[in-house]
Write a protein that binds this ligand. Structure first.
Ligand SMILES: Cc1cc2nc3c(=O)[nH]c(=O)nc-3n(C[C@H](O)[C@H](O)[C@H](O)COP(=O)(O)OP(=O)(O)OC[C@H]3O[C@@H](n4cnc5c(N)ncnc54)[C@H](O)[C@@H]3O)c2cc1C
Length: 225
């Protein structure tokens, strides 16, 4: 899996901090702002849930070499824009695939998995050679087949994505993607994403109720007794 942040709103922290400041200012606020000023504004809006101001910053990622299983989960996030490699137009000759760690860890399961992929690859190739259109030949391709996808999310949607997908209960491949995306945006806009991450870190709550999770112990606020 390769994740590249290919573009983003210029000065994303300033864009959101100025938007937040506008709500309580008699005159339209203008930049620049100090780092402390931006942090104060952003901490208030993020802490209070006034997160619509985070929609003023967008981030675009190129995601390569992930499984179709991952992209199927990813595109469920409706508050995002996607452009995905087409299986109708791109012939996946000797298609690449993702091998889950639980399959890879045993030689026996890894062998069975790879043999199945090889059979599928042969079947796909034969169908294409026999004139079946790619849009139909692809019906034999597995969830493991890799794909490339470009995704754009604004900072509000990214917070929601990280809450759901960097949780230790999320599926391993999309969790890995979420963590790589989180690392990229934290480098570019640390003030916007300081507290981004699984919902326990972001909000001190756990929706999964897994009390023996290491993040639960670290982040979930104890209710006053
Ligand atoms: C651990 C886990 C397990 C899952 N298991 C399943 C499963 O078994 N089956 C399955 O189908 N899905 C499953 N999902 C997918 C999940 O239900 C969501 O579709 C997905 O996570 C996208 O989240 P979202 O709707 O918050 O994101 P987005 O679509 O980006 O939406 C962001 C937010 O906008 C608001 N919003 C968006 N659209 C609407 C709308 N139409 N009406 C009202 N508010 C809206 C909501 O507040 C939403 O949280 C799972 C997700 C996770 C994290």
């Amino acid at each position: 899996m390769k994740v590249t942040l290919i573009s983003h709103t210029p000065e994303p922290e300033l864009a959101c901090a100025l938007a937040a400041k506008t709500c309580h200012a008699a005159k339209m606020p203008k930049g620049p702002m100090t780092r402390e000023g931006m942090k104060r504004m952003l901490d208030i809006v993020i802490g209070s849930g006034h997160t619509s101001v985070l929609e003023h910053a967008s981030f675009t990622f190129a995601v390569e070499g992930v499984s179709r299983s991952l992209t199927h989960q990813l595109v469920r996030h409706r508050m995002a824009s996607f452009s995905q490699q087409s299986q109708r137009h791109v012939r996946l000759k000797d298609f690449e695939y993702v091998v889950p760690p639980t399959v890879e860890k045993s030689p026996k399961t890894a062998k069975a998995f790879r043999e199945t992929m090889s059979l599928i690859s042969d079947a796909y190739g034969q169908l294409a050679e026999m004139g079946v259109p790619l849009e139909d030949a692809r019906y034999v391709l597995p969830n493991a087949a890799t794909s490339n996808i470009v995704v754009t999310m604004n900072a509000r949607s990214l917070h929601n994505f990280f809450e759901l997908r960097s949780c230790l209960r999320a599926q391993w491949e999309i969790r890995k993607l979420a963590n790589l995306m989180l690392r990229e945006v934290q480098k570019k806009a640390p003030l916007l994403f300081e507290w981004a991450g699984p919902i326990c870190k972001a909000r001190g709550i756990c929706m999964e109720g897994v009390t023996d999770c290491k993040f639960y112990k670290l982040y979930v606020k104890k209710k006053p007794s």
